[in-house]
Write a protein that binds this ligand. Structure first.
Ligand code: S3P
Length: 187
């Protein structure tokens, strides 16, 4: 997507599937820029007083998506923040439009096997997240392929996390952001 730096407030949103490293990299990018960072699922859990998994169980996925959209609208008003969004935040057209107009959007990706491995290694998968991925690796593959065009529709920048250290990826993102702003800074 063509960069239009004149319209962006200082807000970076990370999108991508579960296991792509959004929270870790959001924190590292924020540190580099001297900004704050937030994980949209953490904010949603704090506000609702329930774990994502519990919301899925009690209100269904539709209930969760409605809450997720409300939280995203709130977070997209922030400045000097890096946001880690939920893997399914791009499913709703209104969320995609909101992200496009509010933030510089970075799509994090990794191979299916890597995503699957990271999800299994992450303790939060079982106690906090919904069992969306009960179908194992093939389900991960199906979800990632189904969402690829939605991530692409929002993204201004894409970074592979495959075989790379989070600090290296964060440095790449921060440098790309700084390069975008350069033509507009004095001197
Ligand atoms: C979801 C991903 C999760 C969370 C919810 C649904 C998804 O976020 O929003 O469990 O549909 O892929 P992470 O990508 O941070 O795990």
């Amino acid at each position: 997507m063509q960069a239009d730096t004149t319209r962006w407030p200082p807000l970076i949103a990370l999108i991508g599937p579960r296991g792509s490293g959004k929270s870790t990299i959001a924190r590292l990018v924020a540190e580099r820029l001297g900004w704050s960072w937030l994980d949209a699922d953490d904010v949603l859990e704090r506000q609702s007083g329930r774990a994502v998994r519990q919301i899925f169980e009690e209100d269904g996925e539709a209930g969760f998506r409605a809450l997720e959209a409300t939280v995203l609208r709130e977070l997209c008003r922030l400045q000097a923040h890096v946001l880690a969004t939920g893997g399914g935040a791009v499913l709703r057209e209104d969320n995609r439009a909101l992200l496009r107009r509010s933030a510089w959007v970075v799509w994090l990706s990794a191979n299916i096997d890597t995503l699957w491995q990271r999800m299994q290694d992450d303790a939060r998968t079982t106690d906090r997240r919904p069992p969306l991925l009960g179908g194992g690796r093939s389900e991960v593959e199906r979800v990632v392929h189904a969402r690829a065009s939605l991530y692409a529709a929002c993204a201004n920048f894409a970074a592979s996390t495959e075989g790379r250290r989070p600090s290296e990826i964060a440095a790449e993102i921060a440098a790309a952001w700084a390069a975008l702003l350069k033509p507009y800074s004095p001197g």
